[in-house]
Write a protein that binds this ligand. Structure first.
Ligand code: AAL
Length: 426
């Protein structure tokens, strides 16, 4: 190297080095002046900051893009499942989390195939053996398999509703799967009346099998009972979602409360936890229940040493990811948008009892408004992809927002309220 070139290179390197060195010094000065720095601190600054600034450091990462429990959700229509042209006579909804067995993914779900679409919750007294009240009335549990998670082949009924008056004679719905000591357990809602009759009145029951292809034996009894009269879950235990944690079965469930027999506008929803050492029970309700104050259907998965949850609609903490280091005391980990409804994430470590949960990248969910008119009401199952994983890094899925076309907003029109809102101030 010529002497001149050597000098130039040395000067340039020296400049870069001194810039790098300058940064922490400036940072230090600013922190010493007790002003929140321009460069995002890795830890909570050691001087008084606002509550909002402080909360940034309570999340898994202060920058949302670095937060392993933040993601956008991307949706794909499933191939291979027929809906009778969308006429409302076939519905598929509330899928389980998919599991991978012998080279195939399996999922279980609620399927309704009735002569007519549902007549509606409010007309439950007009429901018959052939006319469903709600979309999940007169249903059985079906299953489908897939080699790639996008194209699914329906395999048939897993658990049919039994004859009257056995538990679940009216409808069996909303299954989720547990794999425990090499055997398979489906937990689901068992209805003995058309839903809508006394609200959505049903407890959780179970069926078991040696293989994911069945045959399934329905235990024919309640496995997660209602709470006592006056307790929050007195009217229902729904949306069972089992995980193996601390060597036990942690089954999260949902109940709507504060309503029936009151009016529906008093409605509140929360999630509880019931723990068992054996799939047949007894399931002990956690004394701190409810453990999640928001969210509709239940979506949980092992994450690091704890459990992560997705709260979708309903509650002050709707549209959030949450995390509980102990599986019980959940805190908000991020705010999310366009969240999947009734989602079951593919979770390879859901049943391993891990204390190093790796998170999730995809799952199945449902859309309850698949019909283009009210008299064809039905739901469809879809695939959702995300990056809520410690092992995957998809910057695109960590983008901080999604822009919707104006049509999406205008679809949420004012309706009859428009006339009232129109006009000049009084
Ligand atoms: C859902 C779930 C439960 C309810 C109904 C079917 O998506 O919360 O399963 O009973 O709606």
């Amino acid at each position: 190297m010529k002497f001149k070139t050597f000098i130039c290179v040395s000067l340039a390197l020296g400049f870069v080095w001194s810039c790098k060195q300058a940064e922490p010094k400036e940072q230090k000065e600013i922190i010493a002046n007790q002003v929140f720095p321009h460069k995002m601190p890795e830890e909570k600054p050691n001087f008084p900051i606002s509550s909002a600034a402080e909360r940034m450091f309570d999340y898994p990462a202060p920058r949302v893009q670095d937060n392993e429990l933040f993601s956008q959700f991307k949706y794909t229509r499933l191939e291979g499942l027929d809906y009778n042209g969308g006429d409302g006579t076939i519905t598929r909804r509330d899928p389980s989390r998919p599991v991978f067995v012998n080279g195939k993914y399996y999922m279980w779900y609620t399927k309704r195939h009735t002569k007519v679409p549902p007549i509606g919750w409010n007309r439950a007294d007009e429901a018959t053996d052939e006319i469903p009240s709600t979309d999940w009335d007169l249903c059985d549990l079906w299953y489908a398999t897939s080699e790639d998670g996008f194209t699914w082949e329906e395999q048939g009924v897993a658990v049919a509703r039994p004859g009257k008056p056995a538990l679940g004679w009216r409808s069996v719905a909303t299954p989720d799967i547990l794999v425990w000591k090499g055997k398979y357990y489906l937990y689901f809602q068992a209805f003995n009346e058309p839903s809508g009759t006394r609200g959505d009145w049903c407890p959780i029951s179970m069926a078991y099998a040696d293989s994911p292809d069945g045959p399934w034996t329905h235990v024919g009894k309640i496995v997660v009972p209602f709470g006592k009269k006056g307790e929050w879950d007195q009217d229902q235990t729904q949306d069972p979602h089992p995980i193996v944690y601390n060597g036990k079965i942690y089954l999260y469930y949902k109940a709507a409360y504060n309503k029936w027999p009151d009016v529906r506008d008093k409605y509140a929803v929360a999630h509880g936890l019931a723990i068992a050492e054996d799939p047949f029970g007894p399931f002990e309700k956690h004394p701190l229940n409810p453990v999640l104050n928001s969210g509709h259907e239940t979506t949980y998965f092992p994450f690091k040493e704890g459990i992560a949850a997705l709260a979708i609609k309903d509650g002050n903490e709707a549209q959030t990811m949450q995390y509980a280091e102990d599986g019980v005391n959940f805190k908000i980990a991020s705010t999310v948008e366009l969240t999947p409804t009734a989602c079951g994430f593919y979770t390879p470590d859901a049943f391993t009892g891990t204390k190093d949960g790796r998170g999730v990248t995809w799952g199945v969910c449902h859309f309850i408004n698949a019909a283009n008119s009210k008299d064809k009401k039905h739901s469809i199952i879809a695939r959702v992809d995300c990056d809520l994983s410690l092992d995957v890094h998809e910057p695109w899925l960590k983008s901080t927002g999604v822009w919707h076309r104006p049509e999406v907003y205008f679809k949420q029109g004012l309706g009859n309220l428009k006339a009232k809102r129109k006009g000049l101030p009084e």
